[in-house]
Design a protein around this ligand. Structure first.
Ligand code: NI
Length: 212
């Protein structure tokens, strides 16, 4: 029963993200699910909730969609799949809270399953894959790679973060380099360090090459 719900959800999500070129394609979801399940096993979290929330975590993301409409759609889908009310509530809660909303905005995620999904999502924003995704996202938004005269901004509210039209290099300073200290689980914290160091190395080379 649970496996067939997971399979149906996977097909639905796959059909929606298959052609995304902003770094939020199906393979992002695939990697987040894999990492979240790994963290969930280590942390003894509920695997069904973790897997479902991983699969659905970007379906109502404010970056792409009308959040309210998308949330209603996901809820309806889960009800059609006969997921029980308590699980629907938990999954929807994770989806609503998972995304990064600015350097100075407090993180609201409060369940173990939510923490695993959020850590997995954040790990996928770091390291070599994170670098690739960040440039893909910047391109999809028409952003410059870098504008040296524009300094990074530490956004204190979600509104500020949402409306900022930064460049891709600044995004490393406004979000990506902050993630290693924002991991919820100890396992993710360890995994994050290596990815953080690699991004730092990339930025060092990038700056060197800019003026060489
Ligand atoms: Ni994501």
């Amino acid at each position: 029963m649970k496996q067939s719900i997971i399979n149906q959800t996977e097909l639905w999500v796959q059909s929606i993200f298959a052609k995304d070129s902003s770094g939020h394609d199906w393979w992002h979801i695939y990697r987040v699910r894999k990492k979240a399940l790994y963290l969930a096993k280590t942390e003894n979290a509920d695997l069904f909730i973790t897997e479902m929330a991983s699969l659905l975590h970007d379906m109502a993301d404010w970056k792409f969609k009308n959040e309210e409409k998308a949330t209603a759609e996901i809820k309806e889908f889960l009800m059609n799949q006969k997921v029980d009310a308590l699980s629907i509530h938990h999954i929807m809660d994770i989806i609503a809270k998972v995304s990064f909303k600015g350097a100075g905005v407090e993180n609201e995620i409060d369940t173990l399953e939510g923490k695993c999904v959020q850590d997995a999502d954040r790990l996928d924003a770091m390291g070599a894959i994170g670098i690739g995704r960040t440039f893909a996202y910047g391109g999809s938004k028409g952003r410059l790679m870098w504008e040296p005269s524009l300094k990074p901004v530490m956004h204190k509210t979600f509104e500020e973060y949402k409306s900022s039209n930064s460049n891709t290099i600044n995004h490393f300073y406004e979000k990506l380099l902050l993630l290693k200290d924002k991991m919820n689980t100890a396992t993710a914290r360890t995994m994050a360090q290596k990815k953080h160091d690699f991004m730092q190395l990339f930025l060092d080379h990038f700056m060197d090459e800019w003026e060489e």
